[in-house]
Design a protein around this ligand. Structure first.
Ligand SMILES: [Zn+2]
Length: 352
């Protein structure tokens, strides 16, 4: 018989391709959705919520305003009540012209990209206007009942003082050099640490190189965690692709070894990353005692040689009967169980 949900913090990492949409259900029954995923994923997220009997979203955290994180928000809000939105304020790339977009999208640039972005942001904002809007600042709490949720970064700023139990010097940061500053939405990401008793979880969304490293070096302000969503889909750009893109990379050794998570959940999608060097994937595989769970098997791109073991991957093309997701159920003693929706594969992690 399953354990009483009133004793568990539950997380559902839904496969949305590249992007994030992660449902958090507090022992109190209140819910938080960590990002919306892209528009095409709305049905999947709603189906996953229905499977868990979730009929409202108390806190809808939109980490930053890009399609793979906000795209499905208005579609989800059409179907289930949303009480509060949490984000970093307003998009800093709204109203930019095509020249600006061209420099930041290069091969992926299409004529009219700026106007199209503005149109989608207007749609999101219209949905947000129907609920309470909370602008998160580093150090703030998201007041979901039954969990302690701390904002670690938002709007390009990070906490300056360590979280409880953190703050040790981090030897894995030495040799890490600052890179070009990110002037777009990724670096604005709202990141949160979720505490449930002894259990600790972190999601830093698409935080980019300098901002992420500020949390982990020279001092580790976050500390060790039990579970972690891999930052910025483990994107790593080669330096010769351009200094700006190099600065958008994620997953430095300071971050991954500093967190020393027992489980990492990667949501990169099946197409991987065309220009990826897989540097972040190599670092992921180098953390002792950390299991790599994936929402989707990586078939293409620079990262395709770095898939984790198959039992830990939710979506493998042609093998899915249910909405592909990874579930995590945590107890206050810090123990947790992870389950793969595809094969029922389960792993138990004891209290630390
Ligand atoms: Zn993203």
């Amino acid at each position: 018989m399953p354990m009483d949900n009133a004793m568990l913090a539950r997380f559902y990492f839904v496969d949305v391709g590249t992007g994030n949409a992660d449902l958090v259900v507090s022992p109190s029954g209140e819910t938080m959705l960590l990002d919306a995923g892209p528009g095409r994923a709305a049905e999947r997220i709603l189906a996953c919520m229905a499977e868990q009997g979730v009929a409202k979203i108390d806190y809808f955290l939109i980490s930053h305003f890009e399609e793979d994180h906000m795209g499905a928000a208005h579609l989800i809000a059409e179907k289930v009540p949303v009480l509060n939105y949490v984000d970093h304020g307003e998009s800093i790339v709204y109203g930019k012209d095509d020249e600006w977009w061209k420099e930041r999208r290069r091969q992926a640039f299409r004529e009219g990209m700026g106007k199209e972005y503005d149109r989608r942001y207007d749609i999101f904002r219209a949905a947000r206007d129907k609920a309470n809007h909370i602008v998160g600042k580093p150090g703030d709490r998201v007041p979901i009942a039954g969990l302690d949720v701390v904002v670690a970064c938002a709007g390009g700023r990070t906490i300056r003082t360590p979280l409880d139990g953190a703050g040790a010097p981090n030897p894995h940061g030495s040799g890490i050099e600052p890179r070009a500053e990110d002037d777009a939405e990724d670096g604005q990401s709202v990141g949160v640490v979720v505490n449930y008793g002894q259990f600790r979880f972190v999601y830093l969304a698409d935080l980019t190189w300098n901002a992420a490293n500020a949390l982990f070096y020279p001092r580790n302000l976050i500390g060790e965690v039990d579970a972690y969503i891999v930052t910025h889909h483990a994107y790593s750009f080669p330096r010769d692709f351009g200094e700006y893109f190099y600065g958008l990379s994620a997953c430095s050794p300071a971050e991954l070894h500093g967190l020393s998570s027992r489980a990492a959940i990667l949501s990169l999608g099946g197409q991987g990353h065309k220009h990826g060097t897989a540097e972040g994937m190599k670092v992921l595989h180098s953390v002792p005692g950390m299991d790599l769970w994936q929402t989707e098997f990586i078939r293409e791109g620079g990262e395709s040689g770095y898939n984790g073991p198959e039992p830990y991957i939710a979506n493998i093309e042609g093998k899915n009967e249910r909405v592909p997701h990874i579930a995590l159920a945590a107890k206050a003693d810090g123990s947790f169980t992870m389950t793969n929706s595809r094969n029922g594969f389960e792993k138990r992690y004891p209290p630390r």
